[in-house]
Design a binder for this molecule. Structure first.
Ligand SMILES: Nc1nc2c(ncn2[C@@H]2O[C@H](COP(=O)(O)OP(=O)(O)O[C@H]3O[C@H](CO)[C@@H](O)[C@H](O)[C@@H]3O)[C@@H](O)[C@H]2O)c(=O)[nH]1
Ligand SMILES: [Mg+2]
Length: 275
């Protein structure tokens, strides 16, 4: 009997995520096998893009394959980085509907069917948003991460109408992805780059609110260097979209935000010292 055609691909960038791979893959397919799933499980593949973690992820994926899960792992040895891993996964995907999600279960696997089903020829981008109605960040998400996330979001406001372009939980149709030229695959924020460079119209963006969890296992890879790369990426996108004038606006916004963050953290510090 011939295998069903793959219409949907779930791309998971992963670095040292061995402990999360099994729960992630099994929960994705469990969600797809529910009677009310809008997407048939046998039309879905999962692709893990791992940067040579050498932590048992490869063996783990092999045993999931033996159990019948349609999952494969690409191990990169000459390249590193979240965004470029996602781009690689999109290039290798068999499905026309492609979803990106983190390995660490901060993006709930149970949302995968809804996210995939939201993609269509007229809805070429789907964004899992943490700023929708009825959803929230996990209460244990640290204050400094909330501040960084809010600042990053404000800086992107002039670029897109999307409510959460920082989200790493998003999907894009293959034809829209292929339109994007000159992607910046440094850093973490590939959704933002795709929204701008694939020229996604506001009405083609579907938003799915979800509550952002906390990492199940292992450590976050967000470092100061990644934040600097984000600022560089923003400057490039401002230039790409508006050229000269708004780059000045961007620099102004960065300075205001840095000053606000410093005074907020200063106030927080002194209130803690007075306790
Ligand atoms: N292949 C590969 N994967 C990576 C790399 N760096 C990080 N990843 C993977 O990318 C995912 C997100 O990395 P985290 O380290 O968990 O990121 P985070 O700080 O929790 O950031 C999250 O929040 C952002 C929104 O504020 C999201 O943009 C981001 O995708 C992620 O969800 C994880 O699956 C992680 O293994 C890398 O260099 N290479
Ligand atoms: Mg994470």
């Amino acid at each position: 009997m011939s295998r069903p055609t793959i219409h949907y691909s779930v791309i998971v960038p992963a670095y040292k995520e061995n402990g999360n791979i099994r729960p992630l893959v099994t929960r994705i397919f469990n969600a797809l096998r529910q009677y009310d799933s809008p997407v048939p499980a046998d039309q879905v593949e999962v692709i893990i893009v791992d940067d040579n973690s050498r932590d048992g992820s490869v063996e783990n994926v092999q045993s999931l394959q033996q159990e019948g899960y349609n999952v494969r792992i690409i191990v990169r040895t000459t390249e590193r980085g979240l965004s470029s891993a996602v781009v690689r996964g999109f290039q290798e995907a068999l499905g026309d509907n492609m979803l990106c999600m983190d390995a660490d279960l901060q993006h709930p696997p149970e949302y995968v069917p809804t996210m995939l089903a939201a993609l269509s020829p007229s809805s070429t981008f789907v964004l899992g948003t943490r700023y929708g109605k009825g959803v929230e960040m996990d209460k244990d998400w640290p204050v400094h991460r909330r501040i960084i996330s809010a600042g990053a979001r404000v800086l992107a406001l002039p670029l897109t109408t999307a409510s959460d372009p920082m989200s790493g939980f998003f999907g894009i149709r293959k034809e829209a992805f292929l339109k994007a030229r000159g992607l910046n695959s440094q850093g973490f924020k590939i959704a933002l780059d795709l929204l701008i460079k694939a020229n996604v119209a506001p009405e083609a963006i579907a938003e799915v609110p979800f509550s952002f969890g906390i990492r199940a296992e292992g450590e976050s890879k967000l470092t100061g260097k990644v934040m600097i790369k984000y600022l560089e990426q923003l400057a490039e996108l401002y230039w790409y979209k508006f050229s000269g004038l708004l780059v000045v606006l961007f620099i102004f916004l960065v300075v205001v935000l840095v000053l606000l963050a410093r005074s907020f953290l200063g106030a927080l510090d002194s209130s803690q010292q007075h306790k």
